[in-house]
Design a protein around this ligand. Sequence first.
Ligand SMILES: Nc1nc2c(ncn2[C@@H]2O[C@H](COP(=O)(O)OP(=O)(O)OP(=O)(O)O)[C@@H](O)[C@H]2O)c(=O)[nH]1
Ligand SMILES: [Mg+2]
Length: 281
Amino acid sequence: MNIQWYPGHMTKARRMMQEDIKLIDIVIELVDARVPISSKNPDIDELAKGKARLILLNKSDLADKEQTKAWESYFKARGYFVLAMDSRNSKNVKAVTGVILEACKEKIERDRKRGIINRPVRAMIVGIPNVGKSTFINTLAGKACTKTGNKPGVTKGKQWIRLNKSVELLDTPGILWPKFEDQSVGQKLAMIGSIKDDILDLRELAWLLIGLLTEKYPGVLQKRYTIHENNDKMNVIEQIADVRNCRLKGNEPDIDKAARLLLDDFRSAKLGTITLDFPEE
Ligand SMILES: Nc1nc2c(ncn2[C@@H]2O[C@H](COP(=O)(O)OP(=O)(O)OP(=O)(O)O)[C@@H](O)[C@H]2O)c(=O)[nH]1
Ligand SMILES: [Mg+2]
């Protein structure tokens, strides 16, 4: 299974982001807490050179808590500010403003020395498709959100969302495409549902997921489906088809249906909170 994606759009989005980044003080990058490396585009490090950086481990409600902690340490050790969160939850999102100001402390201090006081910090959200950028912006902006409108001369055509007196957010998030140099990256993004299923071989994806789960989370499939875990992936999926009554005419197991069921269960955390990227790897 060779997953590839819109190279044309990628160039344009990259160029736009390059322009936008000039206007901002801090880049807030959303990654999926279940796959913090696979969902992180390494280009952003180059694009955001010299800017304050905040990584949000989003959808952490679906990820393995212990691994999320390990990822927080991992990114902190590399100079990023980090927060784990569920962007749909306004309580989670509230901590963000404080961290933004902390991350931009030096810039605020520099401004102050030059006599510039109360100039809001400008932030930009970036992340791969479906990682939760819009959800995060909506929750963060909440009802208090006021568009500050165009500011001719300064930010031609750009819309800013005034979050509070100290932070403004560019209202168009930067969409980055993940890098598919390593096939496992595309596969993991497909498993979490970030790539349209109609371009995927769900059967193969289910196979790969079974392989990862039996290695990293032994017992999870057994518990969910009351089956016997073993190294024969065909056998595992046949057992799932059997216990979940996925059958074709003539009573043959419906492997495709069982594959979809497994993927749906994984994506909605019915198998439990699970992470597929590990910092020690
Ligand atoms: N469980 C969970 N779901 C989330 C979270 N954040 C966003 N979602 C869901 O993820 C899906 C995608 O969210 P969006 O906010 O549309 O993602 P986006 O990054 O704006 O996507 P594009 O606009 O396609 O680039 C939606 O179904 C959200 O409800 C989260 O923290 N936890
Ligand atoms: Mg969006």
